[in-house]
Design a protein around this ligand. Structure first.
Ligand code: DGJ
Length: 725
């Protein structure tokens, strides 16, 4: 049950698991009190904890705000640390003195204007808004807090409104700040790069600032908009974890700063590097939404909260709960070298194996035989597709498959009709030479006319051709992030305006085409975030399709995202990215950790492999719902051991699928045992592969005995069913 208690100037939000508490000091400042384990009451003299001298008098003159834990710290007026907000007035000063005005409690969860945000259809959540203001600047600041009852998540965002006459400049507008009383934490972030996205990075925190950010225009493969502070004893199942994520897909920062007193300030929000926003009288700026999680059950508790958030409060539309079709994508099968005949041959084989959706990737439009042209010209290339997309789609559907199509709508090639007609429609900075990346430029989605073009270019194809799935790709970052559509003083607004433009296009798109399954992609997982998942239920995890490497990417991705959000495919061997060869069953077991599919030329496979694929696919289909929507448990970390293991358990705990991968072969060892989790301890499970009948408590204590095939990068997987009496 969610509650918001407001009594004696104390604000206490709680559900059955955690509390978030702050209070008013001197009738003016919002002091953070507690984020963590659920509290029944808060009655102690909280102020004393934050005094370094015996008498605690928190006025600005004594700079005591510098050690007061705060809800909305600002710059230039008493707190000397990094702040949540920085706003400059016409006199050039950025001293901001926000003081308390009022609060309101509402049932339900407000949506954020123009931005993706969590929603609640059950009306079980509650929202508190607290209004602060600075009279000198004429600035009103509203802090929003929503607490959910089915997951241990607090959603926060900030609204800034110019209620005065002067022009204001927002220089920093982060979404959430939590001041912790101590600094005995380790910091977890998900960092990497192209083809090795989201790897687990732990570091100790110390005095100063540490964290991650992106100024690339996208949330990025290099760092994900997420961080967690964990107590030193925390691991997969134990210890306290405080996690922060952003429902946003553009530039961000997430960091922890330890101050001179040993307190830790954790903040997340828009990256202020390169950011600015003009706020004229009457205007409101809305920050992206931050989602904060408290887990007393280590990383697993955190992941379960985020998975529930994602599944029930972020992802929308028909495919939120529907079975995802098993797809075959032609990218690694053909790259740009295909014609209708070749595609239909692959599709026919895919259908024979049991795939349900054929996806035509890059290269179907303009005259694109390589990555150096035609982005922006979304008209089929009749050299490759003489009957156009319509005939191809009909033929694919005729083979019993759905049809999906790749777009990269936010981009333009210098060699394209679109660029020739509108050379100023790309991000650029005046006369500076236009830098290309992958031979392309970024369309300026901060401009309404560009957004309209992009929407119609894609929508026209979706209207004209029967298309069931769209892969929405994005393959370069912003550099420079300038726009010809805005005056010089607004150039720092461009990256965020781009995101608002993109979100408006995506909202139109999913509203107009509710039957289409959208998968997001950015050179693999370069924009894998809760913002994109609000429009597209799944994201292509990584361009690295090697089963060994995927164990790392998918394992770490599961910290934040459910398996139904992760695109995972079987590809050819030797793997195109690593040159590594792994067996078909290992590749299949790893693909079962996400939305299962294929990415290889199945017409070249020998009959024996086709038969194996058919068999594997039949098995996957039998447990698809559990694989997609079961409760996910990480069992063995590839970052710490010689392998990786995970399992999913259906919500009623009557079905489970367990996967274990061993990296390096070992000789002369006893067989490993893998203790399971999340089962019903009293239930007897039938293990299909070994034909054993074992109780849940035995499986969770003694574990499953693993007998891998010989060799490196081998796996075994098990399907467990509650045995009938
Ligand atoms: C990058 C994606 O991640 C790949 O899967 C593929 O779609 C290529 N782009 C096509 O250019």
């Amino acid at each position: 049950m969610t509650e918001i208690l407001v009594e004696n100037e104390l604000f206490h939000l709680r559900n059955d698991q955690f509390s978030y508490v702050f209070r008013l000091v001197n009738g003016q400042f919002l002091m953070h009190v507690h984020f963590g384990r659920r509290l029944s009451t808060v009655q102690g003299d909280i102020l004393r904890r934050f005094a370094t001298v015996p008498e605690a008098d928190f006025d600005r003159n004594e700079f005591r705000l510098d050690r007061l834990p705060q809800e909305a710290p600002t710059f230039g007026y008493g707190d000397l640390r990094d702040g949540l907000l920085r706003v400059r007035g016409e006199d050039g000063s950025d001293s901001l003195n926000l003081t308390y005005r009022s609060y309101a409690v509402g049932a339900n969860k407000p949506a954020l204007e123009g931005l993706p945000s969590a929603y609640d259809k059950t009306s079980a959540c509650k929202t508190l808004s607290v209004t602060l203001a600075d009279d000198r600047l004429g600035l009103e600041c509203r802090l929003y807090y929503t607490i959910f009852d089915d997951c241990d998540i607090l959603a926060r965002h900030v609204e800034l409104t110019n209620i005065g006459a002067q022009k204001l400049n927002i220089e920093r507008a982060l979404s959430a700040c939590v001041d912790f009383h101590q600094s005995d934490y380790k910091l977890l972030t998900l960092s990497g790069g192209w083809a090795r996205e989201r790897h687990m990075d732990w570091r100790a925190i110390m005095q100063g600032i540490q964290g991650v950010s992106s100024a690339r225009g996208a949330s990025s493969a290099q760092s994900n908009p997420f961080m967690a502070l964990a107590t030193s004893n925390a691991d997969e199942t134990c210890g306290d974890v405080f996690a922060f994520a952003l429902v946003y897909s553009g530039n961000f920062r997430a960091d922890a700063t330890v101050d001179q007193y040993g307190q830790t300030r954790a903040m997340i929000g828009l990256n202020d590097e390169g950011f600015g926003w003009r706020l004229t009288s009457g205007e409101t700026f809305v920050t992206p939404e931050a989602v904060l999680c408290y887990s007393s059950r280590g990383l697993s508790g955190m992941s379960h909260a985020f998975h529930t958030l994602c599944r029930r409060h972020i992802v929308r539309g028909r495919y939120r709960d529907a079975e995802r079709p098993i797809l075959l994508n032609n990218w690694e099968a053909t790259y740009f070298d295909f014609d209708e005949e070749k595609l239909l041959a692959i599709a026919a084989k895919a259908a024979e194996i049991g795939a349900e959706l054929f996806v035509l990737d890059d290269g179907w439009f303009g005259h694109r035989d390589a990555d150096n042209c035609s982005l922006g010209d979304w008209v089929e290339d009749t050299r490759k597709l003489p009957g156009g997309l319509a005939r191809l789609s009909d033929a694919i559907h005729g083979r019993g498959l759905k049809f999906g199509l790749w777009f990269e709508p936010e981009m333009v090639s210098p060699d394209s009709d679109l660029y020739r007609a509108h050379p100023d429609w790309c991000l650029h900075a005046g006369e500076m030479e236009r830098l290309t990346g992958r031979n392309q430029l970024v369309l300026d989605m901060s401009r309404t006319e560009v957004c309209d073009y992009v929407y119609h270019a894609v929508a026209d194809v979706l209207t004209r051709v029967k298309i069931d799935y769209v892969k929405w790709d994005m393959n370069r970052n912003f550099s420079p992030a300038g726009s010809a559509g805005f005056p010089p003083e607004a150039q720092r607004e461009v990256p965020h305006r781009y995101m608002l433009g993109l979100y408006s296009v995506l909202e139109r798109m999913v509203t107009a085409f509710p039957e289409v399954l959208f998968e997001s992609c950015a050179s693999g997982g370069g924009r894998f975030d809760l913002g994109m998942l609000h429009y597209m239920p799944q994201t292509w995890c990584s361009d690295n399709t090697d089963a060994h490497d995927r164990c790392f990417v998918q394992y770490a991705t599961s910290l934040l995202f459910p398996q139904s959000a992760m695109g995972a495919h079987i590809s050819a061997v030797p793997n195109h990215q690593t040159g590594r060869t792994t067996g078909m069953s290992t590749r299949s077991d790893v693909a079962m950790g996400g939305t299962y599919g294929f990415e290889l030329d199945v017409t070249r496979l020998p009959d024996a492999e086709i038969a194996e694929m058919k068999h594997l696919l039949t098995r996957v289909k039998g447990v698809r719902n559990t694989l997609l929507y079961g409760v996910f448990h990480r069992l063995q970390s590839p970052f710490e051991t010689n392998g990786a293991a995970w399992m999913v358990v259906s919500e009623d705990r009557r079905e489970a699928v367990v996967t274990s991968v061993r990296f390096r072969a070992q000789v002369n060892r006893t067989l490993p045992c893998l203790p399971l989790r999340g089962l019903d301890p009293h239930c007897i499970y039938h293990v299909e592969e070994t034909d054993e009948r074992l109780s849940g408590d035995e499986l969770m204590t003694l574990g499953l005995t693993l007998e891998y095939p010989s060799g490196d990068d081998v796996s075994c997987s098990f399907v467990l069913h509650a045995a009938h009496d």
